[in-house]
Design a protein around this ligand. Structure first.
Ligand SMILES: [Ca+2]
Ligand SMILES: [Ca+2]
Length: 166
């Protein structure tokens, strides 16, 4: 009888373990899809004319070059956390324009360690508070995927730098 109980507990534990590892493998699969989605979005961004990269992928539509994809993107195989939303987001270091425009502008003087700032983005050797939208030689960027997965909401993010490649 004692042996049977132990066996039952053993089977139960095994059953839980199987469910857990199935869930875990589902989560691992989702993470792989998310990272693959971020990698391919980064390729899309790197294929753009670098001088228009910020304008094409920032959240503002008022500065868009023709065909600008914007700051949100889909990730193949993953569902957004809210219906009608998109899984992927692009985050640049933007802040208020001290010269007066209403759209947030690319800034190099922000205290944002996650993006590696402050840092000289226009290559003039100093860090100031002027907009760098029109003149930059490198930009830090964070790509994030946030999705509704097997265990609820999940997200992964990668931080990298974009620069002139030619
Ligand atoms: Ca734009
Ligand atoms: Ca500078």
């Amino acid at each position: 009888m004692i042996a049977l109980s132990v066996l039952s507990i053993g089977l139960l534990a095994h059953g839980l373990l199987t469910v857990n590892s199935l869930t875990q493998s589902g989560l691992n699969r989702e993470r792989r899809l998310a990272l693959e989605g971020l990698r391919s979005q980064l390729e899309v961004m790197r294929s753009w004319d670098f001088s228009e990269c910020f304008q094409a992928f920032d959240p503002s539509t008022s500065n868009d070059p023709p065909g600008a994809p914007g700051a949100r993107f889909d990730v193949l195989g993953l569902e957004p956390t809210r219906p009608g939303d998109r899984v992927g987001s692009i985050v640049f270091p933007v802040g208020p324009d001290l010269l007066g425009s209403t759209d947030p502008v690319l800034r190099e003087d922000l205290a944002d360690p996650a993006l590696g700032l402050p840092a000289d983005l226009d290559g003039d050797g100093s860090i100031d508070n002027l907009p760098k939208n029109e003149r930059y030689v490198r930009i830090p960027v964070i790509l994030e995927a946030k999705w509704q997965g097997v265990r609820g909401e999940h997200s992964v993010r990668v931080a990298t730098w974009l620069g002139e490649t030619r």
